[in-house]
Design a protein around this ligand. Structure first.
Ligand code: AMP
Length: 279
C-alpha cells in the first residue's frame, strides 16, 4: 500500500478509520533528518500503522523567533517518510487548526516554568495545545518523541497523564552527526564556521559527563565545566546550563539520582539546545 497524504481534518478522520491498530504517531515540523526518521522507524517496528504529521505550529513560536524562516522541504520529507514505512502523512493547515475564533489552550503549569519555558514564554502552551489536538485527531496508541527535546518529553508526558489520553509516550534517543552535534532542522541556519563551532555543545556535555562519571556529583561544579567549555568557543554564547532532577526539572545541588544536564547556546543568531541524562 502506498503512503496516504492528507491535509484536511475530515479526510484525516476518514483515512484514520481505515488504519489497522495499534497506530503510532510521529509529530514533526518537517525539514526531516535522521533523528525524525529514527522515530518513524521505531514506530513502524512497534505499531501496525504509522501516522506522521508535518506542521510548523505557529503557536509555539515567540514573536521574535524563526516561524517565518523555519526551513521547509515537503517533497523530500514525503519521500523520506515513505521510505521509513509511514502509512499516512497529515499536513494540516494553520487555517483549519487555528480558525479565527480559536480560544482553547492546554497549559501544563509547573514543569513548563524553568529552562526552555523560562527562555521561550508561551512555547510549551503552544506545544501542548497542538500535541493535544494531534492526539485527538489521530487517536494513536503510541506517540514518539525525541530525547533531544528533553523538557518537551517531560511536559507531554505530564499532559498525557493529566488529561488521561490513552496513549503511551515513547522517548527515542538523540541522533547525532559524526562529530556529536545533535541533529536539528535549525542546524541548516549555521554557516560553515558556525557549524564547526556548534560541536562545542556536545563537547561541553561530554566533558561534564566524564567529570560526573569520574565521581564529581556537585551539580554546580558540573554546570561550571559546561560554562568553561562553552566559553572556549568565541562564536558560542551560553544562554543557560542546567543540572536538574530528571522528573521535576528542579535544579540540583548534588547529583545522587537520575538528572538532566541541559543547555541552550547561541551560535551566532542560531539557538541550539542539547542534553545528556546523568545517572
Ligand atoms: P521537530 O520537527 O523539531 O518538532 O521534531 C520532531 C520530533 O523529532 C520531536 O519529538 C523531536 O524531539 C524529535 N527530534 C528532533 N531532533 C532529533 C534528534 N536529533 N534525535 C532524535 N529525535 C529528534
Amino acid at each position: 500500500m502506498s503512503m496516504i497524504i492528507i491535509s484536511s481534518l475530515e479526510e484525516l478522520w476518514a483515512a484514520r478509520a481505515t488504519l489497522k491498530g495499534p497506530v503510532g504517531l510521529v509529530p514533526t515540523m518537517g525539514y526531516l533528518h535522521a533523528g525524525h526518521i529514527s522515530l518513524a522507524r521505531r514506530a513502524k517496528a512497534e505499531c501496525q500503522s504509522v501516522i506522521a504529521t508535518i506542521f510548523v505550529n505557529p503557536t509555539q513560536f515567540g514573536p521574535n523567533e524563526d516561524l517565518s524562516r523555519y526551513p521547509r522541504s515537503l517533497e523530500r520529507d514525503l519521500q523520506l517518510l515513505e521510505a521509513a514505512g509511514v502509512d499516512l502523512v497529515w499536513t494540516p493547515t494553520a487555517q483549519e487548526l487555528y480558525p479565527p475564533d480559536f480560544q482553547t489552550w492546554v497549559n501544563v503549569e509547573q514543569i513548563t516554568q524553568p529552562l526552555e519555558g523560562a527562555m521561550r514564554p508561551g512555547h510549551f502552551r503552544g506545544v501542548t495545545t497542538i500535541v493535544s489536538k494531534l492526539f485527538n485527531a489521530t487517536r494513536p496508541e503510541k506517540a514518539y518523541f525525541g530525547q533531544k527535546d528533553a523538557q518537551q518529553v517531560a511536559v507531554i508526558s505530564q499532559m498525557t497523564r493529566d488529561m488521561n489520553h490513552p496513549i503511551e509516550i515513547i522517548v527515542c534517543p538523540t541522533m547525532r552527526e559524526d562529530d556529536g552535534l545533535a541533529m536539528s532542522s535549525r542546524n541548516s541556519y549555521l554557516s560553515a564556521e558556525e557549524r564547526q563551532a556548534a560541536t562545542v555543545l556536545y563537547c561541553a556535555l561530554l566533558t561534564a559527563t566524564r567529570a560526573f562519571e569520574g565521581g564529581e556529583t556537585n551539580a554546580e561544579k558540573l554546570r561550571q565545566v559546561v560554562r568553561e567549555v562553552i566559553s572556549s568557543e568565541p562564536r558560542a554564547q551560553l544562554q543557560y546550563v542546567s543540572c536538574a532532577d530528571y522528573a521535576t526539572l528542579a535544579e540540583l545541588q548534588t547529583v545522587d539520582h537520575k538528572a538532566l544536564l541541559s543547555l541552550a547556546v547561541f551560535i551566532g543568531k542560531t539557538r541550539l539546545i542539547d542534553n545528556f541524562v546523568l545517572g
